[in-house]
Design a protein around this ligand. Structure first.
Ligand code: BGC
Length: 702
């Protein structure tokens, strides 16, 4: 049989001469499938990496090249060519953006779409046609080792940010949304059984997936864990009933790698379409089950059609002029990485240093200083986050110290002390005008859990290391002008030292350009605009139960700000909170109508004024609360956000559109969404903190 020569990463015979309608795509897929033998069809459904050699290759250089699945050389049908993320393209040497949690802190869907576009271009330029890095699992607890791979704790925000990444990536290649579902802990991920009510599943753990499916995501990756006793990769309820039937998803499901499915029949009947990255439970085993009548061939046809339809759809996507070596880590992408890092850094605290009537410590005016002490081992670390499957290998990483050196003139003396010897660091700080401490985590403290050899995993502690907390205390006692820049993948508890320093920044893992971005913020080249995508609590006791070794765990309606609100626990830094070098004032909240029907929408307007001296960008949030609901509901929930640029003294009116279906709860008796009539409270403001919010009310009638 003649084999068709295929160019890696390109679509060959699938590329149509003119764009195809959805109907034509389906017809073409059916036509191609009709030319396949059963073995060829089943071959579409699993990874092409050889089990033993592939495992060795993965240990040596994970995802250096795209991982193919379902290539058919007889018919000339290219395989899926998998590349991972999410902080960039894992293959070869690609641009390393800030981690997803940092990008969540930008609350900037346009920016995230541009990141997606850059990732799509770099992946396709290096031979991939599939991006496995749209991770939108909900941050239920900050100890989760892979917190950094997701956008935050709120389903609405996760959905909007994930959808933006899907839009950007899918201009070029297929995007895969993962890990479906409830994959919010790490060490126990292969075995833990998440016990969850249908209501919590639908309201808290799934809406963001639906949002990305509605955006047109081509693929979904199942999770390793179980939900209510069943592995996600086998779950008919998740994969068939909800995803494919109820939501009308017409793309395909891939398994998480290796242990994503355990049994041939359970997986194929549950709704799994591709086993990744090897052929283990599918392939010959699946062929046998079909031949002996235990698996209905219609299930195979359904999976193959799903895969072929997406291949044909994406064969007509792209901007060929943009692909090539020149596009990978190009200047535009490096610039974008710096912009994203700048916009992701959150200014948590900024007060005057000492008792005099100085302005807040930040931004630092280089004209007023002659000596800076930079302290902490992380100031010189190329610290871009986890070293598991999401690890990107950029050609360089700008450390915080390099970034600080880069913005200052040579007449300013910069001293560096790694902070191991607390006395010597404090002494050095005492002789400087300002001390900057860089402290936090690395991939040793949090990340993907790899059992053999053991690495990464859920965090052991939520505060900084005891040594760093002591260092901060001592340095601040010698120099009241001390700034702490924290590095990490999610919330950090700061109670032991928060009051001892005037200024704190949360810089997450800021990517290859992170050092530059940190310096841009510290020295006021850029006005901070990031806001927390997860609550920073005062105490671990305010968080939901977490056990990294759990065999079974209960997930409910409450975590993050929803849980703190319910129990009236004040956070150290609230969800949605972040300061700026300028100030914003909110006024005149109003609605276009005060009553709407159950299928209607309302416009909520508010004026924002920049009342400070710097141009700045403000993230405004819309929350909804429920007045006398018939079922238990959270105090408030995020339902909208928007970002506005304002020059000093400027006022702008911003508008949110809220549809009544956004007010629905999932009714466990009717097994459907219900919008209750009655009174709703609408809150608009700069964070989730009650004192920050303006309130108005809306009535829903029938
Ligand atoms: C991770 C996935 C990842 C896959 C392939 C798995 O271990 O859980 O998130 O996409 O590896 O790299």
């Amino acid at each position: 049989m003649k084999k068709v020569k295929m160019v890696p990463g390109e679509w060959g015979i699938l590329k149509p001469s003119k764009p195809l309608s959805k109907r034509r795509i389906d017809e073409k897929a059916r036509d191609l499938m009709s030319q396949m033998s059963l073995a060829e069809k089943i071959h579409q459904m699993s990874g092409d990496i050889p089990l033993v050699l592939g495992t060795i290759e993965m240990q040596l250089a994970y995802n250096r090249r795209p991982y193919p699945a379902g290539e058919n050389t007889r018919l000339g049908i290219p395989g899926i060519r998998f590349s991972d993320g999410p902080r960039g393209v894992v293959m070869y040497n690609s641009t390393c953006f800030p981690v997803t949690m940092a990008r969540g802190a930008t609350w900037d869907t346009d920016l995230e779409e541009r990141v997606g576009d850059a990732i799509g271009v770099e992946a396709r330029s290096q031979g991939a046609n599939f991006f496995g890095g749209v991770c939108i699992n909900l941050l239920r607890h900050p100890a989760w080792g892979r917190a950094q791979e997701t956008y935050g704790e709120d389903p609405f925000q996760l959905g909007e940010m994930g959808a933006a990444l899907v839009r950007g990536v899918q201009r070029h290649i297929m995007a895969c949304v993962k890990h479906f579902a409830t994959n919010s802990m790490e060490n126990a991920r292969f075995k833990v059984d998440v016990r969850i009510s249908e209501r919590a599943l639908r309201e808290i753990y799934l809406p963001h997936f639906k949002r990305c499916i509605d955006e047109g995501a081509a693929s979904v990756m199942s999770a390793y864990n179980k939900v209510n006793g069943e592995y996600c990769g086998h779950s008919r309820h998740l994969l068939r009933d909800i995803l494919k039937n109820e939501w009308g998803f017409d793309g395909f499901v891939i398994s998480d790698f290796l242990l994503g499915i355990r049994k041939t029949i359970d997986a194929v009947e549950g709704g799994m379409d591709i086993e990744m990255p090897f052929t283990w439970h599918f392939g010959k085993k699946l062929y046998k089950q079909v031949k002996c009548g235990r698996v209905n061939e219609a299930l195979i046809d359904d999976a193959v059609l799903r895969i072929l339809r997406q291949k044909i759809r994406f064969a007509q996507t792209g901007e060929p002029d943009r692909y090539g070596k020149h596009a990978v880590v190009c200047d535009a992408h490096k610039k974008l990485a710096r912009e994203v890092a700048q916009k992701s850094i959150v200014l948590l605290k900024n007060e005057q240093a000492g008792k005099n009537r100085n302005p807040p410590l930040l931004p630092i005016d280089p004209l007023k200083i002659s000596k800076i002490a930079v302290i902490g081992r992380l100031a010189i670390a190329k610290n871009i986050g986890d070293s598991g499957s999401s690890m990107v290998r950029p050609p360089y990483v700008v450390t915080p110290l390099e970034g600080i050196r880069g913005v200052l003139e040579s007449n300013i003396k910069i001293t560096y002390n790694n902070g191991k010897n607390i006395q010597s660091a404090a002494k050095q700080a005492g002789t400087a005008d300002i001390a900057i401490i860089i402290a936090g985590y690395t991939h040793r403290h949090e990340g993907e859990y790899i059992p053999i050899p053991p690495k990464g995993g859920d965090r052991e502690f939520l505060s900084l290391r005891a040594h760093d907390e002591k260092l901060i205390g001592q340095v601040a006692s010698k120099n009241p002008k001390t700034v702490v820049v924290m590095i990490g993948g999610s919330a950090i508890i700061t109670e032991n030292w928060r009051r001892k320093v005037p200024s704190i920044l949360m810089a997450w893992y800021p990517g290859m350009e992170g050092g530059h971005a940190i310096a841009d913020i510290l020295f006021g080249k850029v006005n901070p605009s990031g806001k927390l995508p997860c609550v920073f609590p005062k105490s671990e006791k305010h968080l939901p139960f977490f056990d990294k070794k759990a065999k079974s765990i209960e997930y409910g309606l409450y975590h993050g700000y929803r849980l703190l609100d319910r129990n009236d626990h004040k956070p150290a830094f609230p969800f949605g909170f972040g300061l700026s070098y300028t100030t914003f004032e909110y006024a005149n909240i109003g609605l276009d109508k005060s009553e709407i029907g159950v299928d209607d929408e309302v416009r909520i307007r508010v004026d924002i004024t920049n009342t400070g001296n710097y141009t700045g960008e403000e993230v405004t949030q819309l929350y909804v609360g429920y007045e006398n609901p018939s079922v238990e509901r959270p105090v408030k929930e995020l339902k909208g956000f928007t970002k506005t640029w304002l020059n000093p003294a400027d006022t702008k009116q911003i508008e949110f559109v809220l549809t009544s279906d956004q007010l629905a709860y999932y009714c466990k008796d009717r097994l459907s969404w219900v919008v209750e009539q009655g009174l709703y409270r609408l809150f608009v403001g700069p964070s989730s903190r009650p004192e920050d919010l303006l309130e108005t009310q809306l009535r829903i009638t029938d």
